[in-house]
Design a protein around this ligand. Structure first.
Ligand SMILES: *Cc1c(COP(=O)(O)O)cnc(C)c1O
Length: 361
């Protein structure tokens, strides 16, 4: 098998060691003689694994004791409706910072469940590129039930690297940057993430909820999306996605072996810097984002001539570099360089880009 680097935005590359372990124990998991897909989620073997995965997640993120870690259904978008239903009433207004495309989807979903959604601010164009409006321009509602933002906009490649200082409980969609670097969880009311970028299989989600936000929701919420019920039932109100939970557990173990989120953060910054530095110094590729607002997970870039896109993608594939096609909304290219992408993958991409520029630039 030739070495392949997968830059897909999600479902994304998973650590090779994790995939190999899952493969090796697929038919006989943990000495049970059964696949992990075939055992009861209420059996001792599964419960032990599930609790260990939760402890590892909490340790990795240094989750304080007054937060619950929930393993939910429905991916990132499921949480777009879970958040307003669980922590606001239908007569409330909530603040949403419109950081980019995913924020927009979250806003439209929240509008279904709330009296109003206040769009606090959005992206702005500056001389140094696209950015998020500075705090002084934010129109914050002092009575907002919560303040929602997406610190890493997966499609736009725009990130907010400072945690907003707001009065209302802070809610963050971390689908594409969870576990990518150290984070002060205590600043947040709710952190959620669909799993398929930095955690494991799609359709699965993690929600980290501050305990004072639990209690009977103030509006009706479907029970599988009810944070309070899921917290009381150990995320097993109904049958959880057992395989996703298991695989996430393997990823958490792998992350601990790599030195945890501090080590990942250093590596992720180095990977992103390597790629951005090359793009910035080239006259052939460009990235439209202000340097202070650039994502370290998703790096969109354009070729000087769009007519070369198809050639770039097919030659990249021949070099074992796949999943580089930009999102259908924005075109161009996008390299997603989550935790599982090694530095060698980014180096291989940059050297291919150099070679391509020499031949076509
Ligand atoms: C991928 C993504 C989502 C959607 O996740 P699904 O699991 O497909 O619902 C939501 N928010 C962000 C920031 C994402 O990157």
């Amino acid at each position: 098998m030739t070495k392949l680097y997968n830059f897909s935005a999600g479902p994304a590359m998973l650590p090779v060691a994790v995939m190999e372990q899952a493969q090796a124990e697929f038919l006989d998991w943990n000495g049970t003689g059964c696949s992990v897909l075939e055992v009861s989620h209420r059996g001792d073997a599964f419960l032990e694994m599930a609790h260990q995965a939760e402890r590892d997640l909490r340790e990795l993120m240094a989750v304080p004791d007054n937060y619950r870690t929930l393993f939910m259904h429905g991916g990132g978008r499921g949480q777009f409706s879970a958040v307003p239903q669980n922590i606001a009433s239908s007569t409330d207004s909530a603040d949403y910072l419109d950081c980019g495309i995913w924020s927009g989807f979250a806003i439209r979903e929240a509008e279904k469940y709330l009296a109003s959604v206040n769009r606090v601010a959005g992206q702005v164009d500056t001389e140094q590129g696209r950015a998020i409006a500075p705090v002084e321009q934010w129109q914050v509602n002092p009575r907002a039930a919560y303040f929602h933002y997406c610190p890493n906009e997966t499609v736009d490649g725009v990130a907010l690297h400072q945690i907003p200082a707001v009065e209302a409980p802070l809610v963050a969609d971390m689908s594409s940057n969870i576990l990518s670097e150290p984070l002060d969880v205590s600043r947040f009311g709710v952190i959620y993430a669909g799993a398929q970028k930095n955690i494991g299989p799609s359709g699965f989600a993690i929600a980290i909820v501050r305990e004072d936000l639990l209690g009977a929701p103030q509006q009706s919420v479907s029970t599988i999306m009810d944070y309070t019920v899921q917290a009381a039932d150990g995320s097993m109100y109904n049958t959880p996605n057992t395989f996703a939970w298991y695989l996430a557990g393997l990823v958490f173990k792998w992350l601990k072996q790599q030195g945890g989120v501090a080590a990942m953060g250093k590596l992720n910054r180095a990977k992103a810097e390597h790629l951005y530095a090359y793009i910035d110094n080239s006259g052939f590729y460009s990235n439209p984002v202000h340097p202070a607002y650039r994502s370290i997970m998703n790096v969109p870039f354009l070729l000087a001539d769009d007519a070369l896109n198809a050639t770039f993608l097919s030659e990249a594939e021949q070099h074992g570099l796949v999943g580089l096609k930009g999102h259908r909304f924005v075109g161009g290219m996008r390299a997603s360089i989550y935790n599982a992408m090694p530095m060698a993958g980014v180096e291989a991409l940059v050297s291919f880009m150099q070679d391509f520029e020499q031949r076509y630039g």
